[in-house]
Design a protein around this ligand. Sequence first.
Ligand code: HSX
Length: 209
Amino acid sequence: KVYSFDDSPYLMEILTELRNKDTDSIAFRKGLVKLGRYMGYEIIKTMDVEKIKIETPLEETEGIIVKDRKNVVIVTVLRAAVPLMEGLVKVFEHARIGIVSASRGKAPKFEIEMNYVKIPQITPEDTVIVADPMIATGSTLITVMEEIKKYGTPKRLIVLGILAAPEGINRIKEKFPEAEIFVTQIDRGLNSKGYILPGLGDAGDRAFG
Ligand code: HSX
């Protein structure tokens, strides 16, 4: 299943700022943190809730807990996903965190080099959120998700991106039909260098200079 959020004016406004080439890296990073947090809220909306009884200082009442919110593993793909993760941990404060360094080579092969992998053990109760702002050809995420598989099978496997090209989404769907894709917006396509159009440029460079 693919979720995108064109109908959310607030998310679209933040994304507009990220797309604007005149946005500096301070504002760009802040935007990514915000999107991490608010996309996190969107993920929570899809989690099961359980009714519980609690007591206010005045009387007993009913409340809820979102149990799965506590069983989250966030896998951060260096480097542009770092501010995104910062936002995500604001809503998934119990999350265990995996860090993966993966980068894509040049066209036409777009080979993925993965040289640092630290991922916690994954249990069947876990929701794994793989965060990378840009899903272009999808190769980076596919390589990372193949690696994640070695650490266990989660209850849910979620891909969290800011922008995606249809090409990348289709490839992920094909290789990981069980993955749920949350992306702020789906863009038109890719250029010959494998950049998303209209996109926002290179998220790592824009965030970190
Ligand atoms: C950028 O390229 C992003 O942050 C991703 O890590 C990667 C996406 O490209 P692709 O592997 O989906 O083509 O650096």
